[in-house]
Design a binder for this molecule. Structure first.
Ligand code: ADP
Length: 468
């Protein structure tokens, strides 16, 4: 299971362990180097104090440990002096000692060696002492061929003390580091809990929000400033959700109302019809009325189904290159009966070559609705005209009429579902109230847009479709 708290704790502990380890290694190495420097310093001065007491006597280097003439610090407890042929001149009397490395006369000078391991580990300094043949001593004892010119002084000290101290330091560091790690681990556990508290609060606040109680909002002031953008986004999402639910409820209420009215009309018409015997003429008229009402209901239901399919993304446009002039001519011809009944003249000025990339059935439906409206909301003796042109990367199709127009305050809402400027007129002309919302849905599914404008002389509906 993924846990943010666990990740925070593990992350901080890992970082802490790395820092502590680096710190420990640094302290350990620095301390060890300091101890070794002190030890090496002691061994070096040991070699020098021996060198000062070395003389040449009878052609051989001689070491006088108790040379009082030049008081020097005591030589180290372990030393060995060899001449340049490898013969031992002198060595410390103390028992035990290191396995001396070869008395090499090659640089570096001094040479440092560590031998043995554990309790038997030794640090050894090897110093090659060259006799100065120009000194007074040399005058007394003039240089002869075969006389030694150098001696090798080796001093040693056991490393056990240093190793012991380093071991103690290591255990101290381990204890302190473990304690720091545990304290910090506990701290990061608590801190992670604290850091995640706002998440729990957001969770609790959101748990209160339900379909029927969508008005709850989180107050950014009661959260840390880093969380304000998140709270803002959550509140905005709740706003959208609330609006969506409200729209949905309104839509369901509108749809029920749209269907209830015609059903009630049909029922009452049948009830009235059945009250007494009717003439054939009365029956025909009543049936014609009911048929009209039922057709309106059918238009509403089909419109709703189409919108529901498009809302669910099930009716994606399948684009083809549609010859627009031919399509518009068909539609104008099909609307002939209705237009002639209302005395509305129709026309278009579309280039016969103009082809629009669109789903033919959907484009037809959108244009049918616009042309249908341009006839239904026209004045007697008025006209409608369809224009189309390509403008750069888009096609612009306009349906203009000389009808009753749309008051400016209604323009922003006419594309909403079931919105009507004048409900009584819409009822009289048999509109479903869904025509323009279907137009908008189709055009937007094509990646375009639709708008309306209106003046005293009628209305213009402009559809813009992308050319690719
Ligand atoms: P309806 O079925 O009521 O016509 P629409 O969605 O097609 O539904 O149109 C919504 C409203 O917009 C109509 O009721 C009408 O008031 C107004 N309208 C649409 N087209 C026109 C037009 N060409 N001229 C004037 N008003 C229009």
């Amino acid at each position: 299971m993924r846990s943010l708290r666990l990740k925070l704790i593990l992350g901080s502990l890992l970082l802490l362990a790395a820092v502590i380890l680096a710190f420990d290694v640094f302290i350990y190495v620095a301390r060890r180097r300091a101890l070794m420097e002190v030890l090496d310093g002691r061994l070096y001065s040991g070699t020098q104090s021996i060198a000062l007491r070395l003389e040449i006597d009878s052609g051989r280097p001689v070491f006088d440990p108790a040379d009082e003439a030049e008081p020097q610090p005591d030589p180290p407890r372990r030393f060995r002096i060899t001449d340049d042929r490898g013969r031992i001149v002198s060595q410390s009397p103390a028992p035990g000692g290191p396995a001396w490395p070869p008395a090499s006369t090659t640089p570096p000078n001094p040479r440092w060696t560590t031998t043995g391991s554990g309790r038997e580990a030794w640090r050894i300094a090897t110093w090659v002492h060259r006799f100065d043949i120009d000194t007074e001593a040399a005058e007394e004892e003039p240089a002869r061929p075969g006389m030694p010119v150098s001696a090798v002084i080796q001093c040693a000290e056991p490393l056990a003390g240093t190793t012991e101290e380093m071991r103690e330091l290591a255990s101290l560091l381990a204890i302190v580091s473990l304690a720091a790690f545990l304290i910090a681990g506990g701290g990061s556990f608590l801190l992670a809990g604290r850091a995640l508290r706002p998440v729990r609060r957001i969770n609790e606040a959101l748990a209160d929000v339900s379909e029927t109680r969508l008005d709850g909002r989180l107050n950014p002031a009661s959260f840390d400033v880093e969380l304000h953008p998140l709270i803002g986004q959550l509140n905005a999402a709740l706003d959208r959700l609330e609006k969506g639910f409200r729209r949905e409820r309104q839509f369901t209420a509108d749809a029920s109302h749209e269907l209830r009215t015609p059903v009630a009309a049909i029922l009452s018409s049948i009830e009235v019809l059945l009250r007494r015997p009717r003439t054939e003429r009365e029956l025909v008229e009543a049936h014609e009325d009911n048929l009209r009402t039922a057709r309106t209901m059918q238009a509403v239901i089909e419109g709703l189904l189409l919108l529901a399919r498009m809302d669910a993304g099930k009716s994606r446009p399948e684009k083809e290159s549609v010859p627009l002039a031919g399509l518009v001519e068909d539609l104008l011809a099909a609307s002939g009966a209705e237009a002639e009944k209302r005395g509305v003249a129709r026309g278009h000025d579309i280039d016969p070559e103009l082809r629009v990339p669109a789903d033919p059935a959907q484009l037809r439906l959108a244009l049918v609705n616009l042309i249908d409206n341009a006839i239904r909301y026209n004045k007697r003796g008025g006209s409608l005209a369809v224009h189309a042109r390509r403008e750069g990367a888009v096609f612009v199709i306009e349906v203009r009429d000389t009808g009753i127009g749309i008051p400016a305050e209604h323009l922003p809402r006419i594309f909403e579902r079931f919105y009507r400027v004048d409900p009584s007129r819409a009822e009289a002309t048999g509109g479903s109230g869904l025509g323009l919302s279907i137009v908008r849905k189709i055009v937007e599914a094509h990646g375009g847009g639709v708008s309306a404008s209106s003046s005293g002389d009628g209305s213009v509906f402009t559809v813009v479709l992308p050319a690719d």
